[in-house]
Design a protein around this ligand. Structure first.
Ligand code: NAP
Ligand code: ZN
Ligand code: ZN
Length: 345
């Protein structure tokens, strides 16, 4: 199937229109007309080869929503015209212990990310900055009918990446949770931690985000540059969800966590983070990481968002605006996720 897309042709090159052919759908495949795709900071890290050399032309995009165009003869879960989503993965080994537990993101063999993954036929995967995709039905998700498809697209990465660790550590009423960095992931973290009943604080270096933090559901906003406010919150939080995309001070975040509390790292800086041992040792604190979520949990998150009417705050853009959107994300000038209108491709 001829597919229209936007791709960049090198780490320092801009996104330009690009066409390629998607594989023909097999018996278990769902062919999807993409209507919307979010711009995740991971797209930027990848397109700029910050996490290692990318394949070019690079077509990022793993926050995909669209309508089912056609289904293979053995597809049982989806039908033509249905609104569906595709997240960060399009396949995994399906046999390792992680896959068997529905934790495909931690597949110990061959997981296949939605873009920039080498395939055995010498090709590589291309993502959602495009108008069409073919995906095995086991990696396709149902989008609740009450959610706006454009605002639901970021749930496929920003939503699940924040939902999964908050669930894993058991966030609930009575917990004090801080979200570090109010960007695409961060603003979903605020909404989701709030929906679990926690007291939510935003930790940010951007004073202009204070009003938005409150509107999104945070009861407190704390500037990480305000040393007095930071000191006042020593040993305060049960959990801090760290969504920052660049090197930053882990010791400062740790100092605000209670004894035995956890700093959950989801932000993926391309350069190593400094870690002083004492903030960990002195209060038996932990640092853990978390990667997106598996397919069953991603569906659970979408259903939770459907039930609680949770979507992302978005700016819907034309495909030609992708380069400007990247510049604005890098300046933290976002409210709070760019979503590409792929029907305009
Ligand atoms: P984003 O929208 O750019 O948000 C990141 C936020 O971090 C910014 O809005 C800013 O918030 C803060 N920040 C940025 N640079 C900073 C710096 N130098 N010092 C301090 N704070 C800084 O990005 P995103 O899409 O939410 O993604 C965030 C990170 O998570 C990226 O590294 C991305 O690759 C990673 N990610 C990981 C997973 C996973 O599975 N673990 C999944 C998706 C994305 P303030 O202005 O409020 O300070
Ligand atoms: Zn992402
Ligand atoms: Zn596996």
């Amino acid at each position: 199937m001829d597919t229209k897309a936007y791709a960049n042709h090198g780490a320092d090159k801009p996104f330009v229109p690009y066409s390629f052919v998607r594989r023909a759908p097999g018996p278990k495949d769902v062919a999807i007309t993409i209507t919307h795709c979010g711009i995740c900071h991971s797209d930027i890290h990848t397109a700029k080869s910050e996490w290692g050399d990318a394949f070019y032309p690079c077509v990022p995009g793993h926050e995909i929503v669209g309508t089912v165009h056609s289904v293979g003869e053995n597809v049982s879960k989806f039908s033509v015209g249905q609104t569906v989503g595709v997240g960060c993965l399009v396949d995994s080994c399906r046999t390792c212990p992680s896959c068997k537990e529905g934790l495909e993101q931690y597949c110990e063999n061959e997981k296949v990310p939605t873009y920039n993954a080498a395939l055995s036929n010498g090709d590589y995967t291309k993502g959602g900055y495009s108008n069409f995709i073919v995906v095995d039905e086991d990696f396709v998700l149902r989008i609740p009918e009450n959610l706006d498809p454009a605002a639901a697209a970021p749930l496929l990465c920003a939503g699940i990446t924040t939902y999964s660790p908050l669930k894993h550590v058991g966030v609930r009423e009575g917990h004090k949770v801080a979200i570090l960095g109010l960007g695409g992931l961060g603003h979903m973290g605020v909404k989701l931690a709030n929906s679990f009943g926690a007291e939510v604080t935003v930790l940010s270096r951007s004073p202009h985000k204070q009003a938005d933090a409150k509107r999104l559901g945070a009861s407190k906003f704390l500037l990480t540059t305000d040393e007095e406010a930071v000191a006042k919150h020593a040993n305060y939080f049960d959990f801090i969800l760290d969504t920052v995309s660049a090197p930053h001070d882990l010791g400062q975040a740790l100092s605000m966590i209670k004894r035995e509390g956890k700093l959950i790292l989801v932000g993926a800086s391309d350069t190593p983070l400094d870690l002083e041992p004492f903030p960990l040792i002195l209060a038996r604190r932990c640092i853990m990481g978390s990667l997106i979520g598996g397919l069953p949990e991603t569906q659970e998150m979408l259903d939770h968002c459907g039930k609680h009417d949770i979507t992302s705050d978005i700016e819907l853009i034309e495909p030609s605006y992708i380069n400007d959107a990247y510049t604005r994300v890098l300046k933290s000038d976002i409210k709070y996720r760019f979503v590409i209108d792929c029907s305009k491709l």
